[in-house]
Design a protein around this ligand. Structure first.
Ligand code: UDP
Ligand code: MG
Length: 332
């Protein structure tokens, strides 16, 4: 669980709402009001009056917090939360998720690139048994060719490196149920790539294809630097294969070292070498091979320690059914 103090007072006796929407916001003053209108309309269609919208201000430098503060005082469905500084999209999202109380939770960006109106479809699919309904981008409008192609390349590499298939063309726009959220919050790792963590969890996941629009207003908060950081979090969070590369190099260099040593020995037997050359070559070749091999072995242990340190649960239960549970009377 997150070590956060209980910031949000859990009011006893208050039933959890049917739906929570979690919206990370960083310098989103230009769209927030529009976002709130559309989100509210979508929530009313799907959950009547029984919903909450959790806005997380991720240390914005514009008037985002003033706007959120006002929304919270005007609309009882709004929970406005502000982080002490800019922690980044994934952590802002995680912070919002940690206070969401709903039975179902929608994650959506503040910029209306993902249409809130899809919520109704997502709810239907969840009614039919899905635990996670994620939006699958069939088209991305208003995004640069660079962003599109880098995203495609990134997901292809990621999937080659990891054992958990992480769906391509999928962002954090998704509806999850309480079961999935509780399992997600029980993963205490620091570097959070939320969509990867949810893929890792399993459960019954369904894709909902949609067209991703251009931002309603404002500009992207994901410059190249942040995209690279997200990519690094994703790869190191789900794969130790890059560490294994050293074992591969070690194997190759060891084989080369043996071949060079053999050649040096044969040349020495042939008698046409300078004094000291043979022993020098053999020592250098073999020792550098051994060094790389040792590094490779350390890499293996380091990779295991790294994965171990994440303290992820070993497994996640989806359901448990029995006629007689703990404390139940013996079945007749
Ligand atoms: N965001 C955030 N903190 C950040 C950067 C972004 O909370 O440090 C929010 C942002 O307000 C938006 C969402 O994360 O709601 C996605 O960001 P953006 O739309 O800029 O990313 P893009 O869609 O361009 O990948
Ligand atoms: Mg966006």
């Amino acid at each position: 669980m997150f070590p956060n103090p209980p910031l949000f007072p859990a009011s006893p006796g208050r039933r959890p709402p049917r739906l929570s929407v979690v919206v990370p916001c960083y310098n989103e003053e230009a769209v927030l009001e529009q976002t709130h209108c559309r989100l509210t309309a979508a929530c009313r269609v799907s959950a009547g009056d029984d919903y909450e919208i959790v806005y997380v201000d991720d240390g914005s430098r514009d008037t985002t917090w003033t706007l959120l503060d006002r929304l919270a005082s005007e609309d009882a469905h709004v929970v406005a939360l502000s982080l002490s500084r800019n922690f980044g999209h994934q952590l802002a999202l995680s912070g919002g998720l940690s206070v969401a109380r709903g039975e179902r939770i929608l994650m959506i960006d503040a910029d209306l690139q993902d249409p809130p109106e899809l919520l109704a479809d997502m709810m239907q699919r969840m009614d039919a048994g899905a635990d996670v309904v994620y939006g699958l981008r069939t088209e991305r409008e208003g995004e640069t060719a660079f962003k599109k192609s880098s995203a495609q390349w990134f997901y292809r590499t990621l999937n080659r490196l990891t054992d958990v298939p992480i769906p391509q063309n999928v962002g954090d726009f998704r509806l999850i149920n309480r079961r999935v959220l509780d399992a997600l919050l029980a993963m205490p790792e620091q570097h959070r790539f939320v969509r990867g963590l949810i893929a890792w969890l399993g459960f019954h996941q369904e894709a909902l294809p949609y067209v991703r629009h251009a931002r309603a207003a404002g500009e992207t908060k994901y410059p190249l630097r942040r995209m690279l950081r997200l990519a690094a979090d994703a790869i190191t969070g789900f794969s130790v294969r890059p560490l294994r590369v050293s074992i591969l190099f070690a194997g190759i260099s060891f084989a080369v070292a043996l071949a060079i040593s053999l050649y040096a020995l044969l040349a020495w037997l042939g008698g046409n070498t300078a004094r000291g050359w043979t022993s020098l070559i053999i020592i250098v070749a073999l020792f550098s091979g051994v060094q790389l091999l040792c590094l490779g072995i350390m890499g293996e242990y380091l990779g295991r320690m790294f994965m171990e340190l994440k303290r992820r649960p070993l497994f996640v239960f989806r359901e448990l059914k029995t006629r007689g549970g703990p404390g139940a009377s013996a079945p007749e």
